[in-house]
Design a binder for this molecule. Structure first.
Ligand SMILES: NS(=O)(=O)c1cc(-c2ccccc2)cc(-c2ccccc2)c1
Ligand SMILES: [Zn+2]
Length: 264
């Protein structure tokens, strides 16, 4: 097991002892977005995604990796609106618990959303693999989608309908492809942009973050599935520990500024 967790003796306040970057006050993620730190940048173009509309004949691996649910993505999927091409690797989610349904990583004016989706890409123009790219300053680009409670979301249900098949750590299933772009909000031109890090160990300061201004909705029942279906422990363990509150708290912005692609 990768020795870290979100609570207990190996929780986020202890990450720095095994993973030096996690203990740094520089360029860490997530952060709080609030007025006074934004700089409008008219050069920020709408995010453009290629190859996200996967055919049902494609096969994706959905895994419980003990920290989150993780869906493998295809190398035919990439971001084309950044200076370099960033190729998709995986998507995963962060969430809270039934008692505390506020598990987003980024916050807006100090407010958590119930959950957050991350789509991880690596700079395939400059690096041979995500492993090579993951600790380089221009190595990764992660799309952040804030999730709130509202209408039932059929696109998220395509993934959620499989959660009971990956209840325990290291369980994985294959699922058919679908239009991954349906997981995103409808305004890909409005987003927050800043230089940050992985929000999990080893917390490499290697991520160009794009967090969309508009959130997406899932139903309360869907959020409850996410908060209650998964366990961090494997099948054999006697005392099952639920996979809840798998989010890092916000980090200091320091001297960084947050660029925004919108101006009202
Ligand atoms: N939250 S994140 O976006 O910064 C993130 C990125 C990557 C990541 C993935 C591939 C290459 C490089 C970095 C992995 C995770 C992760 C989530 C759950 C459990 C363990 C790790 C999380
Ligand atoms: Zn994440």
């Amino acid at each position: 097991a990768s020795g870290w967790s979100y609570s207990g003796p190996h929780g986020e306040d202890e990450w720095g002892s095994s993973y030096p970057h996690c203990g740094s006050v520089h360029q860490q993620s997530p952060i709080d977005f609030h007025n006074g730190i934004f700089a409008y940048d008219p050069s920020l173009k709408p995010m453009q995604l290629m190859g996200y509309n996967l055919s049902e004949t494609e096969r994706l691996t959905l895994t419980n990796d003990g920290h989150a649910l993780k869906l493998s993505l295809l190398p035919t999927m990439h971001i084309t609106s950044l200076p370099d091409r960033y190729t998709a690797v995986q998507l995963h989610m962060h969430w809270g618990s039934k008692a505390e349904p506020n598990g987003s990583e980024h916050t807006i004016s100090g407010q958590h959303y119930p959950s957050e989706l991350h789509i991880v890409h690596y700079n395939s123009d400059k690096y041979e693999s995500v492993t090579e790219a993951q600790d380089k300053p221009d190595g990764l680009a992660v799309l952040g989608i804030l999730i709130e409670v509202g209408n039932f979301n059929p696109a998220y249900e395509i993934v959620f309908s499989h959660l009971k098949e990956i209840q325990y750590k290291d369980q994985k299933i294959y699922m058919p492809g679908f239009n991954v772009e349906d997981l995103l909000p409808d305004r890909l031109d409005q987003y927050f942009r800043y230089n940050g890090s992985l929000t999990t160990p080893p917390c490499y300061p290697s991520v160009l973050w794009t967090v969309f201004r508009k959130s997406v909705q899932i139903s309360n029942e869907q959020l409850n599935e996410l908060e209650s279906d998964l366990f961090v422990s494997d099948k054999e363990e006697t005392n099952q520990t639920g996979m809840v509150k798998n989010f890092r708290h916000v980090q200091k912005l320091g001297k960084r500024e947050v660029l925004v692609s919108f101006h009202e």
